[in-house]
Ligand binder design. Structure first.
Ligand code: IPE
Ligand code: IPE
Ligand code: MG
Length: 231
């Protein structure tokens, strides 16, 4: 008998392999990023259709500043475009768009485009599309500690700590998916993934589509999540 399909409340995707996808086709890395944005649209539509509550995607890490200037520039222009066109549409469709990361370091035009969609969608109750941008998990944790110190509180519990993370109020991160064969977190959601399931696939991010999501949900549904207990 087929196992019942379980839908994760919160899925995070580490969207990796754009460059290698392009290289395999003799294309510039930028073409891989462009196709990566197309894959993101397919993935978000599939997740919304399945009833996922939050989708987080790793778009640019704190460490990605070490890439060539031209690639960084291209990525931010792509993100600005994506915000003005796609995210705006999502906001109109009832999704809530949020960001994790230090947005003060971003190019001004990107920052403006982001602010608009965050604002326009802040009261929406549909799926949350959370984009990790200039994000690092260690930075997020240190930021939370500083927020707590600034507030003068001298003792915290887990709930209070979580309320100082970018993901405050989100449901549990049930599943982390990384594409392109790498099996590491690369400084992503270290607190949130304490009890997540992990799926690593060799598929490059630009090849992700509805079928990939079906396969991932099937795999997730087959996992026995015990949380330290016994059956
Ligand atoms: C992921 O693809 C996108 C970002 C990190 C911005 P990569 O650009 O890391 O692609 P690979 O890993 O070089 O193939
Ligand atoms: C992780 O991918 C960051 C994003 C997907 C945005 P990277 O390609 O930057 O990670 P490493 O260098 O393989 O760890
Ligand atoms: Mg990579």
């Amino acid at each position: 008998m087929a196992t019942e399909l379980k839908i994760p409340r919160h899925i995070a995707f580490i969207m990796d392999g754009n460059g290698r996808w392009a290289a395999a086709r003799g294309l510039a890395r930028s073409e891989g990023h462009r196709e990566g944005a197309e894959a993101l649209k397919r993935v978000l539509a599939a997740c919304a259709q399945k009833g996922v509550q939050v989708v987080s995607v790793y778009a640019f890490s704190c460490e990605n500043w070490s890439r060539p200037q031209a690639e960084i520039k291209f990525l931010f222009s792509l993100i600005s475009q994506f915000a003005k066109k796609e995210l705006k549409k999502y906001a109109e469709m009832g999704y809530r768009v949020t960001f994790s990361g230090d947005l003060t370091q971003l190019p001004k035009s990107t920052n403006n485009a982001i602010k608009k969609v965050v604002d326009a969608s802040k009261n929406n109750t549909g799926m949350i599309v959370n984009i990790a941008l200039n994000y690092g998990a260690r930075q997020e944790i240190v930021r939370a500690v500083n927020l707590i110190l600034q507030s003068g509180i001298r003792q915290v519990d887990e709930q209070m700590f979580e309320d100082c993370l970018y993901t405050a109020g989100f449901p549990e991160l049930d599943l982390v998916v990384r594409s392109s064969g790498e099996k590491r977190l690369s400084n992503f959601m270290l607190w949130q993934c304490a009890y997540s399931e992990f799926i690593f696939t060799d598929k490059f991010w630009p090849d992700f589509d509805e079928n990939t999501i079906d396969e991932i949900l099937k795999e997730y549904s087959s996992r026995d999540r015990r949380f330290g207990g016994i059956k």
